[in-house]
Every structure is written in structure tokens, then in C-alpha cells.
Ligand binder design. Structure first.
Ligand SMILES: Nc1ncnc2c1ncn2[C@@H]1O[C@H](COP(=O)(O)OP(=O)(O)OP(=O)(O)O)[C@@H](O)[C@H]1O
Ligand SMILES: [Mg+2]
Length: 247
């Protein structure tokens, strides 16, 4: 049932941060292709910093990041985007005073015109709700719709690896289901997803692999269902105390 997947992203002893003290320390992990890997951990653990380092937004002071067998080195984010890595940062960052249509056109600015038209059609097929909101200002969309718009704008560039930082942050339960269903759909289309989530139970329910991070280091990893049953994870994140306990 669990056939091994090839590694699409290989983090080798990655150390990264903003100043003298590194925030991420000696982080090694192999991300399997066409799967969802979820990174969980307490506030300040370095989860966002690790995602930013993969996208080239933080100074990486040590280790290697290898994407599709090529080391990314000091490539800037735009070059990583061209190589097939997409990043949706924590918090909403679309343009609230522009319509859905205008936002989606902006998302294609790196593409040639014919390719841009196809990209918009492709994401509208994946996010029909955005077609229905075509002329609505992004700022007037629901939280869930705004998150879908964020993902759509990045997916227009057809990344093979999608980095999502807390996609469910601030969403109502209904919007949250919609966003997680969409992430599962993106993965079914063969895109590899690495996401950071505080909503551990809902996120791990759609994930293949889970990684727990604390104080900049990896403290636990495994199949998502196994990590969810880990007593330490249950105690900290799920309000439980023992593996296999009934809810
Ligand atoms: N731009 C920055 N400049 C300096 N320090 C930063 C910067 N961003 C984050 N840090 C520091 O790095 C550490 C890790 O932050 P990071 O945002 O990676 O954690 P996180 O695990 O994503 O936390 P959260 O769950 O709260 O989002 C924190 O101590 C934070 O203060
Ligand atoms: Mg964060």
C-alpha cells in the first residue's frame, strides 16, 4: 500500500536564520514527491523560517537544499519559482482592492501571454468558486476564498513543489474544509505539497508524512497517521494523553 516515493526535495543539515543565532539548526529531511508533508511545532520553532529558506528568502548559513537533484545554493526566489517551487506565505497577501480577475492576471506576470491565458483557465478549473467571484474585490472574498485565491495565483506558475505556510489560519470550519479539500486535490494532480499547520488534526488527516519541529530542529517524523497517534503529539496538540485513545 505504501510504495516508496522518490525524493523531490532533500534538505541536508540546513541551518538558517536572520542574524548571529541560527533559527533552523542542522535540519535534514527528504520530502517525497507527489505527497503532502506537514510540518508542525510550537510558535517560534522555526517552521516559517524553514519554508522561507527553501524558497530563498532567508539567509541559509549551512547545509544544502537539493530540489530535483539540483542544489539550489544561493538562487534568489524568482529563480526558484522558475525551477518549479511555489510559495504561499503566512497571512493573506493578495491585492484586496483589485478584483479576482486582476489578481489572477497579476499571478501570471512571469508567463508569456498564451501561457498566461491557459494558466488562468487551468486554475479556474481547479477553483470554480473563483470564476463565480470573478469581478469581486479580493478584499471582499471570504477568508477561505482569499486563501484559495492565494493558492491559485501561485499555482498559475505550475509549480511541482508547493510550500504553504498556515493555509488554514483564521478560517471558519467550513472554509477550512474547503481549503484542505483543495490541497488534497492539488496533491492528487501530482503536485508535492509541504505545509506548515497549527490545525494539526485536520492537516494530518490529509497528509502523507508529518514532521514535528521544535527549537529549530526535527524532533519526530513519520507517516501522518502514526505521528497523529504519538502520545507526545496527542498531549501537546490534540488534547489527548495516550495513543489510540478514543475521542
Ligand atoms: N524576519 C525576522 N527577523 C528576525 N528574526 C525573525 C524573523 N522572522 C522570525 N524570526 C525569529 O525566528 C524564530 C522562528 O520564527 P518562525 O517564524 O520561523 O517560527 P514559526 O515556527 O513559524 O512560528 P509560528 O508558529 O508562530 O508561525 C522566532 O524566534 C522569531 O522571532
Ligand atoms: Mg510561522
Amino acid at each position: 500500500m505504501t510504495e516508496p516515493r522518490p525524493t523531490i526535495l532533500d534538505l541536508r543539515e540546513v541551518t538558517a536564520g536572520y542574524g548571529d543565532e541560527p533559527v533552523v539548526v542542522g535540519f535534514s529531511h527528504r520530502v517525497p514527491a507527489a505527497a503532502i508533508t506537514t510540518l508542525v511545532g510550537p510558535n517560534g520553532a522555526g517552521k516559517s523560517t524553514l519554508l522561507r529558506a527553501i524558497y530563498g528568502l532567508v539567509v541559509q548559513v549551512g547545509g544544502r537544499i537539493v530540489f530535483e537533484d539540483e542544489e539550489l545554493g544561493d538562487l534568489p526566489p524568482a529563480a526558484r519559482l522558475r525551477r518549479g517551487i511555489g510559495f504561499v506565505p503566512q497571512g493573506r497577501c493578495n491585492f484586496p482592492l483589485m478584483t479576482v480577475c486582476e489578481n489572477l492576471q497579476l499571478g501570471t506576470y512571469t508567463l508569456a501571454r498564451a501561457e498566461a491565458t491557459r494558466a488562468v483557465e487551468r486554475v479556474l478549473a481547479l477553483f470554480p468558486v473563483l470564476r463565480a467571484r470573478w469581478r469581486v474585490l479580493a478584499g471582499n472574498l471570504s477568508g477561505g476564498e482569499q486563501q484559495l485565491l492565494e493558492m491559485a495565483m501561485v499555482l498559475e506558475t505550475a509549480p511541482r513543489l508547493l510550500l504553504l505556510d498556515e493555509p488554514s489560519l483564521g478560517l471558519s470550519p467550513a472554509n477550512l474544509d474547503q481549503v484542505f479539500d483543495t490541497i488534497a486535490d492539488i496533491r492528487r494532480r501530482g503536485v508535492t505539497v509541504v505545509m506548515v499547520e497549527q490545525n494539526v488534526e485536520a492537516a494530518l488527516a490529509i497528509s502523507d508524512t508529518a514532521v514535528v519541529m521544535d527549537l529549530g530542529r526535527k524532533v519526530l517524523e513519520g507517516p501522518a497517521h502514526a505521528v497523529m497517534e504519538d502520545p507526545r503529539v496527542r498531549a501537546v496538540y490534540l488534547g489527548g494523553t495516550a495513543a489510540g485513545e478514543s475521542r
